[in-house]
Design a protein around this ligand. Structure first.
Ligand SMILES: [Zn+2]
Length: 103
């Protein structure tokens, strides 16, 4: 397993895990600090996302950027297949059906 991201809270962590799962990336939420030794106060209590497969890291980073970006600030994109300009809300080109490529 591979540590990927530290979330603000369990809600964000769960949402991100589900978001990654939608894109076929397996991950798990862990509470940082729970594994520290007895008598030690955890350094932090923020949940972490760990990937099952380290090879997913580049893809997952791309999805993370999309996940963290407020919808209103998402950039429009240009279809690499046909050159159509598409609004941020589309994941597929409405003209030719090509998928959006993450920068
Ligand atoms: Zn297109």
């Amino acid at each position: 397993m591979f540590r990927f991201y530290q979330a603000r809270d369990l809600i964000e962590a769960s949402m991100l895990r589900d978001y990654l799962a939608d894109h076929r990336i397996r991950s798990e939420v862990f509470r940082a600090g729970l594994s520290s030794g007895a008598g030690e106060l955890p350094a932090n209590i923020y949940p972490e996302i760990w990937l099952y497969d380290e090879r997913d890291i580049d893809l997952a980073r791309g999805y993370l950027l999309d996940f963290l970006r407020p919808v209103g600030e998402m950039a429009a994109w240009i279809c690499s297949n046909c050159g159509e300009r598409l609004d941020a809300g589309f994941d597929l080109c409405w003209r030719c059906g090509a998928g959006r490529e993450l920068a």
